[in-house]
Design a protein around this ligand. Structure first.
Ligand code: UDP
Ligand code: MG
Length: 149
C-alpha cells in the first residue's frame, strides 16, 4: 500500500488548524500510520528541503519550519501521494483551488500550512528521514470495505 509523508507546518499549528487538516485526510479515506508533534532541528529542516538549497527562499523556509512545532505524519492509501497533494492544493495559496487546504486557509506562499511528498521516491526518503520503522503502525481500519472495493 502506498504511503506519503505530510507535515502540518508551524503556521497550521499556531492557527489551531491541526484538527481541521487531519480531518480532511481521514474523511477522504486515507489511513494514518504515523504521527508525532515535534520541533524541527535545523539539520532536519535543511535535509528535508535540501532540493531547494540554492533557491532564494531557502533560508527563510528553514527559518520558518524551525520556528515552532510541526505535526509530522505518514498516511497510507491507494494513490495517497498524488491524492494528498490534491487535498493540499497548489504551492501558492492564492492560486490554490477553494476546497483545498491551502486554497481555504492560506494567503501567502511562505505560509502555506502543510507539506506533502510530491512523488514515490521523495515519499520514501522523507518517511525514512522523519520516522523510524517502529514509529509506523501497520493496521487496517475495519471500515476499509466501505472506502475501497
Ligand atoms: N516556498 C516559498 N517561496 C517560493 C516557493 C516555495 O516560500 O517561492 C516554500 C513553500 O513553503 C513551499 C516550500 O517552499 O511549500 C517547498 O516548495 P515546493 O516547490 O516544493 O512546494 P510544495 O511541494 O510544498 O507545494
Ligand atoms: Mg515540494
Amino acid at each position: 500500500m502506498e504511503r506519503t509523508f505530510l507535515a502540518i507546518k508551524p503556521d497550521g499549528v499556531q492557527r489551531k488548524l491541526v484538527g481541521e487538516i487531519i480531518r480532511r485526510f481521514e474523511t477522504k479515506g486515507f489511513t494514518l500510520v504515523g504521527l508525532k508533534f515535534m520541533n524541527v532541528s535545523r539539520e532536519l529542516a535543511e535535509s528535508h528541503y535540501g532540493v531547494h538549497r540554492e533557491r532564494p527562499f531557502f533560508a527563510s523556509l528553514v527559518e520558518f519550519i524551525t520556528s515552532g512545532p510541526v505535526v509530522a505524519m505518514v498516511w497510507e492509501g491507494d494513490g495517497v501521494i498524488a491524492g494528498a497533494r490534491k487535498v493540499i492544493g497548489a504551492t501558492n495559496p492564492l492560486t490554490a483551488e477553494p476546497g483545498t487546504i491551502r486554497g481555504d486557509f492560506g494567503a501567502n506562499i511562505g505560509r502555506n500550512l502543510i507539506h506533502g511528498s510530491d512523488a514515490p521516491e521523495t515519499a520514501q526518503s522523507e518517511i525514512a528521514l522523519w520516522f523510524k520503522d517502529e514509529e509506523l503502525v501497520n493496521w487496517s481500519p475495519t471500515i476499509m470495505g466501505w472506502i475501497h472495493e
